[in-house]
Design a protein around this ligand. Structure first.
Ligand SMILES: Cc1ncc(COP(=O)(O)O)c(C=O)c1O
Length: 422
């Protein structure tokens, strides 16, 4: 644990009595207790005990331009001065929708919600409503938020009907959730063939982000597109992480594959709560009130989130951020690979764009491979890095990120920390 963490420990002891596990999302449950943040700026977090960390967790993805960005902040402040919720439409909705439709070819129409969870839940309902079919496929180990139908883990065999991954989910709610491994087109083809009568959609992260970053191999995504088209299964790309992170048009643009529907979140709200689902006009017209698939939300299209989202997208577009950021990521991964080869030859480096991870085992092609890494050793390493002043996501199975605010010096420090802590 950090030498200087008394105040955080005290807060945690109070929190534990009031909030389950002391945290508001399980990924924040650092043992024995998390550090409590006081402020953030650029690439850094500062905790209430006065510790400073280079942040490679970046709130699990949204912070692509660095914390507390002055232009994004000003757009939120300007909006706050005009009020922060109206319950009526605003011009902001039209402005951001136009920007997104311009960047993301697949999103001809879209709806704004408040979280990625809501976005995937609504996209799946829409896919079922549009096709009149019940089942859908997800990738083993793929995460699409915390709603019932997608909270399932891999079973035995190449593919399987899935068991809930959480208490409180009736098996009836997950009986339509099928799973196939990532980067395995044969297994996917087999599963689709067996189930196509009642198959509405395939939902997938085009780059797995919640098993650590695992990029798609070769032509995998193109083959997935072909397979789903041939079998009339809707393809949903969950781009909650990759949207506006890999490129303005997300993984879709990066790999040149257009899904029928896509979900966005994280970066699109500039760090404020947001979720978006969208896709082909013909499908989106099925959403209420223009169609019969119900979807609604008091906070949907919140003006502050949209204002922050608009200024984020403008900055990303103007400054050619992705090219520079992805090059920085590539350089970091190359340097990390050399360190890993030297210090821990059995380990590997994975990632793409500004996403990276050192896996404590061989480079995974899918979730099951990722599970064979030394998951027990990872938390010890995490704490060594924290003491060194680098904050990584606390789990081996979560992606590390860098932002455009990470300087050469930050990257050098991160590399030095890896060198020491591995
Ligand atoms: C790929 C993906 N989809 C959906 C979600 C859910 O988003 P939210 O946490 O905003 O509900 C996440 C969250 O990490 C995610 O990574």
């Amino acid at each position: 644990m950090l030498e200087n963490s008394e105040k955080s420990e005290k807060e945690y002891q109070k929190a534990r009595k009031l909030i389950p596990g002391g945290v508001n999302s399980p990924v924040r449950a650092i043992k024995p207790y998390p550090f409590y943040v006081a402020t953030a700026k650029g690439s850094k977090l500062y905790d209430i005990d006065g510790n400073e960390f280079i942040d490679c967790c970046l709130a699990h993805g949204p912070v692509i331009l660095g914390h507390n960005h002055p232009i994004i902040k000003q757009s939120i402040v300007d909006q706050l001065n005009r009020g922060w919720i109206y319950g009526t439409p605003t011009e902001l909705e039209v402005r951001i929708a136009e920007k997104i439709a311009n960047s993301c070819k697949s999103l001809e129409m879209m709806r704004f919600v408040s979280t990625g969870t809501e976005a995937t839940m609504s996209a799946l309902r829409l896919a079922r409503g549009y096709t009149g079919k019940n089942s859908f496929i997800k990738i083993e180990g793929g995460y699409h938020g915390a709603h019932d139908a997608v909270l399932v883990k891999a079973g035995s065999g190449v593919s399987t009907y899935s068991k809930a991954n959480s208490a409180g989910i009736p098996s009836d709610f997950t009986k339509y959730t099928l799973q196939a491994p990532f980067n395995n087109i044969e297994a996917m083809a087999e599963l689709i063939e067996k189930n196509k009568e009642d198959l509405a959609a395939l939902i997938m992260e085009p780059v797995m982000g919640n098993a650590g970053p695992i990029p798609p191999e070769g032509n995998y995504l193109h083959e997935i597109r072909k397979l789903t088209e041939e079998n009339e299964v809707l393809l949903i790309f969950d781009e909650v992480i990759t949207g506006f992170r890999l490129a303005m048009g997300g993984a879709s643009e990066y790999f040149g594959v257009n899904p029928d529907l896509a979900t966005l979140g994280k970066v699109a709200g500039g760090g404020l709560p947001i979720g978006i689902f969208g896709g082909k006009k013909e499908i989106m017209e099925m959403v209420s009130p223009s169609g019969p698939v119900y979807q609604a939300g008091t906070f949907s299209g919140n003006p502050c989130s949209l204002a922050a989202g608009i200024s984020t997208l403008e900055l990303l577009g103007k400054e050619n951020v992705h090219e520079k950021l992805n090059a920085k990521g590539e350089k970091l991964r190359t340097a990390l690979s050399e360190i890993v080869e030297d210090k821990k030859p059995g380990y590997s480096v994975s990632g793409i764009g500004s996403m990276f991870k050192v896996f404590f085992g061989k480079k995974p092609r899918n979730y099951r491979d990722a599970l064979t890494c030394d998951l027990k050793e990872y938390p010890n390493f995490f704490h060594r890095m924290l003491k060194f002043g680098v904050f990584l996501p606390p789990s081996q199975l979560e992606t590390n990120f860098i932002s455009s605010a990470h300087s050469e010096e930050d990257i050098e420090k991160v590399l030095e920390a890896y060198r020491e802590c591995l």
